[in-house]
Ligand binder design. Structure first.
Ligand code: G3P
Ligand code: CA
Length: 275
């Protein structure tokens, strides 16, 4: 069944334009904004000294030249690391022959650790509406404090209590229903997205945790259970799918009436959608 959407499918840059530039860096988010992405996705973790930083993994080993858990490091430790030079490395340690991203060490900020505060500044200086889909990563030793810090930071930018969820430029996503519950308890109009990797029997009828209006199923779910997506839509939920990079999957999402496509290749998806 093909579903019509009232609004154009939103294109969300997953970890920034992360196919082209190193994920979760200013370089990747600048590129996503240049590319015309409607929204930026980022994962947030809390450092040992209470700063929210945009890092996917529990440890910094994969995406920087350092080692250790984000939650055990201070912001000054992370600021000393380079989060860019791993990109385009071959598994054998050399460079790929034609790197699609140029690491310019003189632009230090582009590949430094990115704080959520700096990302919020980038978005507010962008000169157009760019939405933010912020994912709280769990489990973490700072459960509870992540949400508290997040809401305090959003408050500083006037983004913590939108008048209506539909108007909010920020949404909070998580695989943890408890994390979303904490956010909703403190800020009931801030939209929340419940991320799922598999369809559990509890969710099969298309219901989400109480108060959550947006479903965030994996692409694997969309491919294997399109009827589940239809049930979610029929129940009035928005559906935001991750991580959609192949043009055939973009078509599938559009056919199913998916509301937001979360992709590492925002420019390519926008072009495919005729934008
Ligand atoms: O946008 C949701 C998606 O990012 C969840 O998976 O592992 O990429 O954070 P992950
Ligand atoms: Ca994520």
């Amino acid at each position: 069944m093909t579903h019509a959407r009232q609004h154009p499918t939103q294109v969300v840059a997953h970890r920034g334009a992360s196919e082209d530039a190193p994920e979760h860096t200013l370089a990747a988010y600048r590129k996503a904004i240049e590319d015309g992405a409607d929204a930026l996705e980022c994962d947030v973790r809390l450092t040992a000294d209470g700063h929210l930083v945009c890092v996917h993994d529990r440890r910094v080993n994969r995406t920087s030249n350092g080692r250790g858990a984000v939650s055990a490091l201070e912001l000054s430790d992370l600021a000393a690391l380079d989060f860019g030079s791993w990109k385009n490395r071959t598994p054998f340690g050399g460079r790929t022959e034609e790197p699609d991203w140029e690491h310019r060490p003189e632009d230090r900020e582009a590949t430094s650790v990115l704080t959520l505060e700096r990302l919020l500044e980038l978005v507010s200086d962008s000169g157009r509406r760019v939405e933010l889909a912020i994912e709280t990563k769990h489990p973490t030793r700072w459960a509870g404090q992540v949400e508290e810090r997040l809401l305090l930071l959003l408050k500083r930018f006037g983004l913590d209590a939108p008048a209506a969820a539909e108007e909010s430029p920020v949404r909070v996503m998580s695989f943890s229903a408890r994390s979303l519950h904490r956010v909703r308890a403190a800020s009931p109009t801030l939209p929340t997205v419940y991320l799922t990797q598999f369809v559990s029997p509890r969710l099969r009828d298309g219901r989400l945790p109480s108060g959550v209006r947006i479903a965030g199923p994996s692409l694997r779910i969309v491919r294997s259970h399109p009827a589940y997506i239809e049930r979610l839509k029929a129940s009035g939920h928005q559906v935001h799918v991750w991580t959609v990079n192949d043009p055939r999957d973009v078509d599938l999402c559009v056919d199913l009436g998916v509301d937001a496509i979360i992709t590492n290749r925002p420019r390519a998806v926008l072009e495919q959608l005729g934008r």
